[in-house]
Design a protein. Structure first.
Length: 289
């Protein structure tokens, strides 16, 4: 859930890295601001399943808190000390997704899956020989790491007919997958499109969403060919390399509340709708897809 907080804690407790005086001071300063951001988000309740007139106001407040924390964290001295490989900056967006959807998902069930996830991708069976096959399933579950998911965690047991040996497995099945990017380029888009296609091949229900702060794509990209349900660019801005963002005169757009609201409403509408489908349902209508 608290992906960014965990990343910060790992840096605070690292035995070899981030031990110099500047790193220790910076981490203390970031910790103080992070705790304020976390506490403020935990204190806000909603939006929930039922639409209200206060939804927009709540979302505006959450985005305002996000912009304040991002502006603090993205000061030049922090950006240079903790580069992109540290994931300190990129993990903020992943944790924000938890704050954005936590109350909506909890209203469905306190046991619902929300946050970073290893979702089901494929299953296959590999026994050593036929005799072995008769006594134990030997199921191998292929999983895919996702930045953020809403769904359910499944615990399953299986055995071969006539055998008392049980084989246990745990995996996540998502209803919503959200991949978070600082910026989105063509390579990242292609990788996400492949992941979305593989996900929906075995599990046709989930929606797959990309969320980025900046965009690094040209008009010569046909977005319609990808099995990604929606792409959000939170700053409505093309990507500029980090070193240029600190130059005098550079205007960095904020994260826009209306984009975040569209994301929230899109996910809420999907989670609260009926997922009618299948051959029999289509046959009643006369068209199957």
């Amino acid at each position: 859930m608290y992906v960014h907080g965990k990343n910060l804690e790992q840096k605070e407790n690292h035995k070899t890295k981030y031990r110099d005086e500047d790193s220790r001071r910076y981490l203390r300063e970031i910790r103080e601001k992070y705790n304020e951001w976390k506490l403020a988000n935990e204190g806000l309740i909603g939006p929930l399943i039922e639409k209200t007139d206060q939804d927009s106001e709540l979302l505006i407040k959450r985005v305002e808190l996000l912009n304040q924390y991002k502006d603090f964290l993205e000061q030049q001295h922090y950006a240079e000390k903790f580069d992109s490989r540290s994931n300190l900056h990129s993990s903020v967006l992943e944790e924000f997704m938890y704050y954005l959807f936590k109350d909506l998902v909890r209203e469905f069930s306190s046991q619902a899956l929300i946050g970073k996830s290893r979702t089901f991708k494929d299953i296959f069976f590999r026994s050593e020989n036929y005799q072995d096959m008769l006594s134990y399933p030997h199921a191998l579950i292929e999983l895919k790491d996702n930045d953020f998911a809403i769904g359910v965690r499944i615990h399953t047991q299986m055995n071969c007919q006539g055998s008392q040996e049980l084989e246990s497995h745990i995996w996540d099945v998502p209803a919503v997958v959200i991949e978070c990017k600082t910026y989105l380029d063509q390579t990242m888009l292609q990788d996400a499109a492949t992941a979305a296609e593989q996900l929906k091949y075995r599990n046709p229900n989930p929606i797959y969403i990309l969320v980025a702060e900046w965009l690094k794509l040209t008009d010569a990209v046909n977005l319609r060919k990808f099995k990604i349900d929606q792409i959000y660019v939170l700053r409505k801005q093309k990507n500029t390399d980090r070193e240029f963002r600190f130059q005098e005169g550079y205007v960095k757009n904020p994260i826009y509340a209306n984009v975040v609201e569209h994301l929230f409403v899109y996910v809420r509408d999907y989670l609260t709708s009926d997922w009618e489908g299948g051959i029999n349902f289509g046959l009643k209508r006369g068209y199957l897809i």
